[in-house]
Design a protein around this ligand. Sequence first.
Ligand code: SAH
Ligand code: SF4
Ligand code: F3S
Length: 470
Amino acid sequence: MHLPNLDEAKKRTSKNNIYKNLTENYPKAYVGKKYFLRTYGCQMNVHDSEAIRGYLEMLGMENTTNIEEATVIVLNTCAIRENARDKVIGFLGKCKYLKKNHPDIKIVIAGCMSEQPDVIDDIMKNHKYVDIVVGTHNLDDLPKLLLKDLKKQEIEVFSNSDEVIEGFNYVRDSKIAAWVNIMFGCDKFCTYCIVPYTRGRERSRKLENIIEEVKSLKRDGYKEVTLLGQNVNAYGKDIGTSFSTLLEEVAKTGIERIRFVTSHPWNFTDEMINVIAKYKNIMPYIHLPIQSGSNNILKKMNRRYTKEEYLELFNKMKKKIPNVAITTDIIVGFPGESDEDFEETLDVVEKCQFDGAYTFIFSKREGTPAALMKDNTSIATKEKRLQRLNELVNYYSNKSNQKLLHKVVEVLILGESEKDSKKLYGYTDTMKLVNVEGSKDIIGKIVKVKITDAKSFSLDGKYLEEGVEV
Ligand code: SAH
Ligand code: SF4
Ligand code: F3S
């Protein structure tokens, strides 16, 4: 048993990465059994779930979407806001009931919630039916824990790590677009954010390993890679290289589409902008969270830039990268946010006219500095602010979509639309979701689509067959 510890999670003392290559094979002890896996949170977790699937399938299990037939249930959890956590706790109720009727089911908690000491306390006291908790730094312990003859709740969570793990046998969700980790952790310590505590210090993968992975994905027919990190532009600082160098090398592999998330406005250099502008296979799409338009709040958030600096960077990107789309994240109701502060946020949205924005009400995370800040704003006021902000944000995302109406755009078709099985879906280079009329044989291809309708959050379009006049 090893429990998470916040003081340990805060530490940023060591600078030496330990590169660990996984080579273990595990016995197929679960042949004929099924697993149910539910993922919460960001792309990082979605990709970790592909590693979890790799392990579960290595042990002989098959995937099921029917929880009733699962022998192993894994919840890959997120801790970013209280409602993410509430969802998991709610779902655990269902697991408890299943376990009552089928005591041999194994319930596993992985992901960021397992790194929170208060969550672990709660699981040990009130959710004794949970069998295994595994942390974000030691996901590679999962198969060993599943192979153990469990006599008691197994909690194996470490709060920091120097390790960079290579060699996961990912079972990827898509055969067309793939996630590629380029780094782990975060050292920014924005005062509201739990991620530096749940994911540990910033560690970069070796450049050659990333390039090898992209090349191998390309050989396997992948059309798109998304480079993942909490701050992709901090890539390489710990190992003497940089994100612009990496991006250029990835572009040279010739893979058709390259994306990256998330960018931090603080260390986004001119070299990075130049590389994005230079290579056609680097998509003109940047997710650039601003969080607030008020300098007072940005300072309290420890975001390390001012509204003016953000605008300068934003305008430089718009000028230098042809046709670039920029989206953002915004938090309303940070402790001490006044009406004037909020007006500054609206002002920045007016100025930037973002292609899209994810908006959140501040959620207090235990252990973060902002949890101790005085917060006098009522929840009703925060909700009103969120509503006003959303109206403005939606107005501009609709406006940016309207610009594409009747135009012909290139779309990478990813599969059948979930809402309407007669339609397909895919994304433009600028990351706009398009529901496309067309036959299934275009799945996995980058095709020309004529946009027939534009809404706030998606576009409709028609596939244009090669050689057919519009
Ligand atoms: N690494 C990324 C974002 C990670 S979390 C970045 O720095 O931009 C995704 C988003 O969740 C953040 O951009 C922020 O807007 C939001 N978020 C993080 N912590 C939050 C909190 N305590 N309350 C509300 N929103 C939060
Ligand atoms: Fe959280 Fe800030 Fe790190 Fe993003 S940069 S993960 S918001 S601490
Ligand atoms: Fe959530 Fe952890 Fe991602 S807290 S947003 S799953 S890094």
